[in-house]
Design a protein around this ligand. Structure first.
Ligand SMILES: NC(=O)c1ccc[n+]([C@@H]2O[C@H](COP(=O)([O-])OP(=O)(O)OC[C@H]3O[C@@H](n4cnc5c(N)ncnc54)[C@H](O)[C@@H]3O)[C@@H](O)[C@H]2O)c1
Length: 437
């Protein structure tokens, strides 16, 4: 048995603030409203539909996760956010074209009320958005103060008890941590001099942490994934997680690759290509943003297959990922994977996967789960990187000395064991010998 943590009850309403109110954010907001009206089911949400086994198999204790841990109720969620375009959530959702008219019209009034705050925007980081709804500020420090004011006024206006922030903004240009990113002190000085290495996603993340608001990064942008902001999150007792929602092709990769490895089947190459035509695809049509996404997608196989440990099976893999913007597709993405594997005595075989996915339909339940689990983490006194939420990310954040865990099934076990641990239940090892000996 682990010791049960003290967890504050989820009293009052929870606000979900999203920088970026495009396809993913509005599909999430509309979905929550539809579910609360009893017009849809939260399909894809582990927090709402998932169960968790407790104790021995003979005990038959398998509650729903939401009945086991004290999660905030989906009926009390209030959404808001920022966008570089002025559209309310109804217009943005209609433009994104993910949900059909019947669904949108059923929650039209609720979506019309969700209007974004003006964005902290920098065209050097996102080139393809014609931003018309942006903040005016002198230094980046002033930009932070404006975002903090927005957070406070949203909380007050809606009578919220607590908030979480989930980054759903366009993918920023690829960047690696630079000098200004390595300490809180250095970061704060860089804010004063408006250092160009501080991106808008970092401004939102910094503002959230300063306001004590848990933060998740759904985009591949660096945002909170820099030492300075992780340090600040630890200091302020704020849980953070990231990055890049694990949805279509990468989700399948992290399902299939662990299976191949479990059976010691070799891999020669994995070629992945995608066509997508939504605004995310258009932003990714810019080379600098595309690099962030490709880097985020590429690391997965290496960590799962461990070529250093299994050189004869995975020592020489050709892994190629392509993303192509193709407007007719809209949000209905198509991914092709050609997987060249080999078996007994080295005989070659092929697997082809053709996934006709809906990007935002796969991402929306992740926004919901992250919001509810991060709120839980904060009430349970957990701070800094929440590695147990790796389950939801293409590039999970970890401490620098740890390699990330990409295998979906290990991630799931980590998530459920964390819930067992904070509730003082036995961890499940799946050993099972004691039933037989
Ligand atoms: N399945 C998925 O859809 C999926 C999966 C993984 C990651 N993501 C990531 O989630 C993010 C959102 O995806 P989407 O499909 O909703 O894209 P989208 O283009 O529909 O929405 C992004 C929104 O962000 C806004 N924006 C850009 N810069 C901003 C800024 N500085 N501040 C505030 N708003 C800003 C844009 O105006 C746009 O409305 C992207 O980074 C994408 O890569 C999506």
């Amino acid at each position: 048995m682990t010791e049960k943590r003290e967890i504050r009850e989820p009293a009052g309403k929870l606000g979900v603030l999203m920088p970026g109110m495009g396809a993913v954010a509005t599909t999430f907001i509309a979905g929550v409203e539809l579910i609360n009206k009893g017009l849809a089911e939260p399909v894809g949400s582990l927090s709402q539909l998932g169960t968790i086994r407790l104790g021995k198999r003979t005990e038959n204790r398998v509650p729903k996760i939401k009945d086991f841990v004290p999660l905030a109720g989906i009926e009390g969620l209030i959404s808001g956010g920022w966008d570089a375009l002025p559209d309310d959530a109804y217009d943005a959702a209609a433009l994104a074209g993910v949900l059909d008219k019947e669904h949108l019209n059923a929650v039209r009034d609720e979506l019309k009320e969700v209007k974004p705050f003006p964005a902290v925007f920098d065209p050097h980081y996102v080139a393809r958005i014609d931003a018309t709804h942006t903040k005016e500020y002198g230094s980046l420090r002033e930009a932070v103060e404006q975002v903090r004011d927005d957070i406070r006024s949203f909380k007050e206006e809606h009578g919220l008890e607590r908030l979480v922030m989930v980054n759903c903004a366009s993918t920023e240009a690829y960047a690696q941590p630079r000098e200004a990113h390595f300490s809180v002190e250095g970061f704060e000085k860089a804010l004063e001099r408006s250092d160009p290495s501080i991106s808008p996603s970092m401004i939102y993340a910094y503002a959230a942490i300063e306001e004590g608001v848990p933060y998740a990064n759904g985009a591949p942008s660096l945002a909170v994934d820099i030492p300075a902001l992780v340090e600040l999150a630890n200091e302020r007792g704020v849980p953070v997680a990231g990055k890049d929602f694990k949805t279509g092709q990468t989700l399948l990769k992290t399902i299939v690759a662990p299976g191949l490895k479990a059976r010691m089947l070799g891999l020669e190459g994995w070629y992945s290509t995608n066509i997508l035509g939504n605004r995310d695809g258009e932003v990714l049509d810019d080379e600098k943003s595309l690099k962030s996404k490709e880097v985020s997608k590429l690391s997965v196989l290496e960590y799962i297959l461990q070529p250093g440990v299994y050189p004869s099976l995975y020592g020489d893999i050709s892994h190629v990922v392509k993303i192509n913007y193709y407007p007719p597709r809209g949000d209905a993405k198509e991914g092709w994977d050609n997987i060249d594997i080999f078996g007994w005595l080295g005989y070659p075989m092929q697997i082809k996967i053709n996934f006709l996915a809906r990007d935002s339909i796969l991402a929306a339940p992740i926004v919901l789960d992250l919001a509810l689990f991060l709120d839980l983490a904060q009430r349970a006194g957990m701070a800094g990187i929440q590695e147990w939420l790796s389950f939801y990310f293409k590039s999970p954040m970890t401490l620098p000395e740890l390699y990330p865990e990409h295998d979906l099934f290990i991630q799931q076990m980590k998530l459920k064991n964390t819930l067992r641990a904070i509730m003082g239940e036995d961890l499940i090892t799946h050993l099972g010998l004691d039933y037989y000996e």
